[in-house]
Design a protein. Structure first.
Length: 512
């Protein structure tokens, strides 16, 4: 069987950068023969290429032109498909292993500017106080507007120890300010835990990497040792942009019954029609020659669980949340997730280039597509006791103009219109409120930071503990939570839903 590695996560090109991708590494030569080429369109391409070579104001390198054409063609498909040049491909492979050089931010684009999706914990960007939703308007005094995302990424990259100055526009404060950040080697430790109350543990997964399942297995053993009479577990997937599909399946398997369906995928080609189950064959990776969960304490199959999610819980982390929700294994709490429900495959084109192409939708065990919709929490909870009035300003998959549409949802356009209406209302409200504040008050608010995840001041975590202990929970005050809760999708298996994915006998196991 051809080996490849499926990866579902926020696209990370060294910063990190991008938005939720589902990737699979494989050789392009292993694919079926391509369809006949459209000769008329190729002639048009050749004519345009020739005109540029002959008449452009200055000479242009052939390779540069063709690479730009390929990148533009692929990027026009959706926000997650891309051509990876030598540097991009190398960095993608480094990120899979959890170590790369950069700033430590996940980014996308909005209105011609670079938008910070989330800073990664314990990185230069996180320590500099960058926040989800911040817009980068210039990089080292170079305006971002007009740059492609790739160009912005290249301007922010650099050797560890060097500095880059970003100009930030913060919508919630309606102010612009510079931030100078020193680049560093980013080492992402994907699993953290602490005992937050006697009998109650908090486990945070920041991304799904090759080492995530083995590290989770060790963490669960440690928790069982420290808390032999465990009463409840909080699994924190907030700001988790995703990662390797097999790791998401393995994390789900740690809490589900053996062989339970975790996720299915469906696309045009046979390889895109897969069923991933909670067994080692389906989450086997090169980093785990033996099943890391074989000695897992039995308590974790039954202990009451709450899963924390927010708008930056994306892709692979949505798979885990969706599986635990559909199997009624855990209560999902927090905010509606990002809504990244498509699969990207990385096909190696040469020893140092690759194509990241959207090849399938994925579905939760009940057959739900969460593409552009996200996972609605069972209990909506704000990030603070004072509510979360700026929730609508968070960019989700549905906000991207060229996002893939949800094949099960006939109301998607209405959601887009409703979100735009709420966004404009929120911006007007912020403008009025900020106009009433003094410069000192605005400065104080802009410098304020939410408590760290897992700390005593973590409001969502405290509400999760209340739920596990049978105590009252403060539900969300956000109008977005109300809108999400009333949104319904077409039932799986209806006329507009795709055919059910064919089961896979064995998940791919490795990377080329």
């Amino acid at each position: 069987m051809r080996q490849h590695l499926k990866h579902i996560g926020l696209i990370t090109l060294g910063l990190i950068t991008g938005i939720a991708a589902t990737l699979a590494f494989s050789l392009a030569s292993a694919q079926s023969a391509p369809a006949p080429l459209p000769l008329d369109q190729l002639r048009l391409f050749a004519e345009v290429f020739g005109q540029i070579k002959q008449e452009y104001v200055k000479p242009v390198d052939d390779k540069k032109l063709i690479t730009a054409a390929i990148k533009g063609m692929v990027a026009s498909l959706d926000p997650h498909s891309a051509y990876l040049d030598k540097k991009d491909y190398k960095e993608l492979q480094e990120q899979t292993n959890g170590q790369f050089a950069g700033l430590g931010i996940e980014i996308g684009q909005e209105d011609g500017m670079v938008k910070i999706i989330a800073p990664i914990e314990d990185t230069p960007a996180f320590r500099a106080g960058l926040r989800p939703g911040d817009l980068i308007t210039s990089i080292n005094d170079k305006p971002v507007r007009g740059m492609s995302l790739d160009q912005a990424v290249k301007n922010m990259r650099g050797a560890p120890g060097t500095k880059v100055t970003l100009t930030i526009y913060r919508k919630t404060d309606q102010r612009t300010f510079p931030v100078t950040i020193t680049r560093a080697i980013i080492k992402v430790h994907s699993v953290k835990f602490k005992i937050v109350s006697p009998g109650y543990a908090w486990v945070r997964i920041t991304s799904f990497q090759e080492r995530t399942v083995p590290d989770l297995a060790k963490t669960l053993q440690q928790i069982a040792k420290e808390q032999p009479h465990l009463k409840g577990l909080v699994l924190d997937l907030r700001n988790n942009g995703g990662g390797i599909l097999q790791s998401a399946v393995g994390v789900s398997a740690a809490f589900l019954k053996p062989d339970a369906v975790v996720v299915t995928t469906n696309g045009q080609i046979a390889d895109a029609k897969q069923t991933y189950r909670a067994n080692f064959d389906n989450y086997r990776l090169s980093a785990s020659p033996e099943d890391p969960l074989k000695d897992e304490p039995a308590i974790f199959k039954t202990v009451p669980m709450v899963v924390l999610v927010n708008a930056y819980t994306a892709s692979a982390s949505e798979i885990t949340a969706g599986a635990l929700q559909d199997h009624k294994r855990a209560i999902i709490m927090g905010k509606t997730t990002f809504g990244k429900g498509s699969v990207q495959t990385v096909r190696q084109l040469s020893p140092d280039t690759a194509l990241r192409l959207t090849t399938a939708y994925y579905y939760t065990p009940s057959g739900r597509s969460i593409q552009s919709i996200g996972i609605t929490p069972d209990i909506p909870v704000d990030q603070s006791a004072n509510g979360d009035p700026d929730d609508i300003l968070a960019t989700r998959e549905i906000d991207y103009s060229n996002h893939l549409h949800n094949l099960q949802d006939p109301n998607e356009q209405k959601q887009i219109e409703q979100r735009e209406k709420l966004r404009l209302e929120a911006l007007r409200r912020l403008e009025i409120e900020n106009a009433k504040k003094t410069p000192a008050e605005l400065e104080k608010e802009s410098n304020a930071r939410l408590p760290d995840f897992g700390s005593p001041g973590d409001f969502m975590l405290q509400q999760a503990l209340h739920e596990l202990k049978g105590e009252p929970v403060q539900r969300s005050k956000s109008p977005v939570a109300t809108a999400d809760a009333t949104t319904s999708t077409q039932a799986p298996g209806s006329a507009s839903a795709p055919a059910a994915p064919a089961p896979a006998s064995k998940a791919p196991a490795g990377k080329k």
